[in-house]
Structure formats: C-alpha cells, structure tokens
Design a protein around this ligand. Structure first.
Ligand code: EPZ
Length: 422
C-alpha cells in the first residue's frame, strides 16, 4: 500500500489542468449499454473508479481500447447481465449498470452495493422507481434480481429524496422503455445534465434537462445511435485545488473548468475573504488579507456540494474565529474530523453539525489515515499548511477520484511524494 509524505508550509503558485469529471464519466460509461454503435469518449479521467467500471463492462461483454485519455468503447457486444459482488463491492457506483441492463435485456442481477465510510448508501429509491416501471425486484443472497420480460413501461416517478445516481439510473431505464417517463424531484447536478444531453444527442426525446422534472419518451427497446462526446470538467477536483490555493493563501489558477458549475463553492471562497478571477474556462484564486469564518450547509446542486465539505473544513481551520458546517446529505461524512484534530485542529461535533475554531489555527504534521475519497483530500490540504511532515496512509481512497494528484500538486510547488508502506 502507498502513502503520501507532505512537508508543509510551502506556498503554491502556477496553474493546474483539471481532468474530466469521474461522476459524469461513470453514468456515461454505463449508458453505452444503450448504444447501437461504438463511441469515442474524450477527457476521461485516469482514476481507479473509471478503470473499475470499465472492467465491469468488459466482464459484461463490452470491448474497448484507451489511448491517452480517449476511449473507444463498443457495448453492443454486451451479452452478460450479472454484475458480481467481487467488483461491485469495490465501487458502489456499479449500481449504474442496473437501469441500462434491465431496460435492454429485460433481466439482470446486480450485487447490492455495500455501504461505505460515509454512510449506509441505500438504493431503495432506485428499486422502487424500477418497480413502478413494471419491473419485479427481488433481493436474493445479496443480489438485486430484476426482471421485466415485457420490457419497462414509462411511469411518473416522484423521488422522495433527490438522488443523483437514482436519477441517472431511471433516466437510462426510461431511455429504452415504452411510453413516457416523468421524473419529479430529479437531481440537477451537471453530471446528470451531461448524461441527459448525450442521450438527447443520440436521438432520445428528453424535456426539462437541468430542471427537477424530466420527461423522457422511451425508444421501446431500440438501441440509440450515440455520438462521440467529451466528459465535462470535474468541478469537485477544481474546487479541491482552489482550496489548496486558499489554505496556503497562494495565487493559483485552475484551467479547463466550467465556472458555472462552481458558483456555490466560489461564493463561499469569497465569503472567506479570497478573490476569484473568472475567465471562460479558467478560474484564478487570489489570497485573502485575512481568512474569514464561514457557515456551510450541504445540499443538492446548485447548493453547496457535500463533496466539498471536508475540503472546506480543512480550510476553515485557517479562519480567524468559529466556522459552522452542517452535513445534511450523509450520516457519517465527518471521518476526516478526528484526523484533522490529530493535526491540531479544534473541531467539535454535535450530530450533523461541526464547529471549527480557527485562530488561524496552527496545524502540525502527523501520521493520519484516509477513510474516504473526499476526507483524504482534506488531509492533503491540511498537510500542505501544517508545520513539518505529514504521512497520509491508505491513499487508495484518493486514487479512486483524483487523477495524478501528487504530480499536479508538485507542479504547483508542494513538497509531496508517494512512498510504499514499510
Ligand atoms: C452521488 O452519490 C455521488 N457519486 C457522490 O459522490 C455524491 O456525494 C452524492 O451523489 C451526493 O451529491 C456519484 O455520482 C458516483 P445520492 P449517490 O443518491 O448518487 C439517500 C464522491 O465523492 N438515498 O444523491 O450515491 C442517500 O443515502 C461521491 O465522488 C436514499 O435514501 O448519492 C443520501 O442521503 C461520494 N435512497 C441522499 O439520498 C436511495 O435509493 C443523496 O444520495 C438513494 C439515495
């Protein structure tokens, strides 16, 4: 296993190119099961989760080849409909093959994704919606056994909670269903929007893209002629690097981004005293004279993203006063708190609310442990500004969602190296 060694207190400068969005690429790769042709996908991030889903698609019968970050994939050759536990347990987003497999083949078995560090992560809303579309769903030996021998029927689905992958699964299920599916209380994340746009470019009739109500006219099991496409920039990776600039109070530029996807994050950085210069596809962060406190409540897009909560908690240790962060989406997304405390942060938890007392708080290097993808990035941010050496262990969590993190940070001036555990 690898660990990252970071020597803190280095100013950053320069610019970093942001990769394609992992959380856009995952549903889009699953959606290739709906395609009648081979597709070229560019700007694919080189992260573990993408390689895991490609392995699953290959097990199902897809064929693909990658050169640099351009993927050519043909899923017309898919002829298996079982996503096994051994692969699903390594990445819960494998649940995204459920909708496409069921709507194309009329049956499939997908291992129930386990929970993960940040919460129980149920998929009940996905399953309830598919039943409303005519599927019979049984849970047997840890597998979701879904059947719809006559194909799926369009229905009106009202999600009790806004669910990103739930919306994506049902959009894909509706694509080949017969009749009209209306999704009420749909997620509006940019990653959901891109999935809808790619399906619309493939000839599917979808109304309401980007709103909370989507209306899809199914193709009645006819595979769709996909066009080639480019994955949108990763707004969370971009936000993470902006926080790296902010926590070290440096001038830092992120390139190849979509600033409109980062409005809530940019607004909080400005609230904390930083300035942001926005060009078409770049954002430059300018240092704060004094880092101010912040109050954050995580919510669905376009509100403040839960995937940026840990990073802002690390940043708020540098603020002059008390900041409050309320994590409303996941029941256990404070795993980074105990590790930040070990680095000298003053954070107290009360249910879903974290209180962070910055002074600006001096942090000091320590051995710390990554627990989940975004918590890990918060520990890297804290290490950049801590006195001395920090060793971050179990960084396989980081590798799931950050493309060449230490290379990008080194190019920005950080002292960060990857070593093998003894
Ligand atoms: C997606 O997860 C993202 N993953 C997560 O990013 C992100 O944190 C999350 O959306 C929220 O934005 C991908 O897109 C691959 P949800 P998802 O379904 O779809 C509850 C990262 O760091 N819920 O929107 O699994 C659920 O428990 C990852 O890249 C149900 O109760 O999240 C949660 O409280 C972490 N029943 C809330 O809804 C369901 O059937 C939102 O979950 C589904 C969800």
């Amino acid at each position: 296993m690898d660990y990252l060694k970071v020597i803190g207190k280095k100013k950053l400068n320069g610019s970093v190119k942001i990769s394609g969005a992992k959380n856009a690429a995952l549903p889009l790769l699953a959606s290739t099961i709906l395609s009648s042709n081979s597709i070229k996908i560019s700007n694919l991030p080189d992260v573990v989760d993408i390689n895991t889903l490609l392995k699953l698609l290959e097990m199902l019968g897809s064929t693909y080849n990658k050169n640099n970050n351009i993927l050519t994939i043909d899923s017309t050759t898919v002829d298996q409909t079982k996503a096994t536990y051994d692969i699903v347990k390594t990445m819960r987003a494998s649940i995204l093959v459920l909708g496409p497999l069921l709507t194309r083949f009329g049956h499939c078995e997908v291992s129930l994704p386990g929970g993960c560090a940040i919460g129980q992560r149920p998929v009940d809303l996905h399953l309830k919606a598919l039943e409303q579309m005519g599927a019979t769903i049984e849970i047997k030996n840890g597998y979701i056994e879904a059947k719809a021998p006559q194909g799926l029927q369009g229905a009106t689905i009202v999600f009790d909670k806004i669910t990103v992958t739930g919306t994506e699964n049902i959009v894909m299920a509706a694509a080949l269903a017969s009749g009209v599916t209306t999704i009420v209380n749909a997620a509006r994340e940019p990653e959901v929007v891109q999935l809808c746009e790619v399906l619309q470019d493939a000839g599917l009739q979808i109304d309401g893209i980007g709103s909370n109500t989507l209306k899809i006219v199914g193709s009645n099991k006819k595979l769709l002629p996909f066009k080639d496409f480019k994955i949108i920039p990763d707004r969370i990776e971009a936000g993470t690097y902006l926080c790296a600039g902010a926590i070290t109070n440096s001038i830092l530029k992120v390139e190849n981004v979509e600033p409109a996807h980062l409005e809530a994050v940019l607004s909080k950085l400005e609230e904390m005293g930083f300035s942001v210069l926005i060009e078409e596809n770049n954002i430059t962060l300018l240092p704060a004279n004094k880092v101010k406190t912040v109050n954050i409540v995580t919510t669905e897009y376009p509100g403040f993203p839960t995937d940026m909560q840990a990073q802002f908690m690390a940043l708020s240790t540098m603020a002059d006063g008390v900041s409050i962060i309320d994590e409303k989406l996941f029941e256990n997304r404070f795993m980074h708190v105990s590790e930040l405390i070990r680095m000298g942060a003053d954070i107290t938890l009360n249910g879903t609310v974290a209180t962070i007392k910055g002074t600006p708080k001096e942090l000091y290097g320590a051995d710390v442990m990554a627990t989940d993808l975004r918590a890990s990035s918060a520990l890297v941010l804290a290490a950049l500004v801590a006195n001395g050496e920090t060793n971050i262990h179990r960084i396989y969590h980081l590798d799931r969602g950050y493309d060449k993190l230490e290379e990008k940070l080194t190019n920005l001036g950080a002292n960060i190296t990857r070593d093998k555990e003894k």
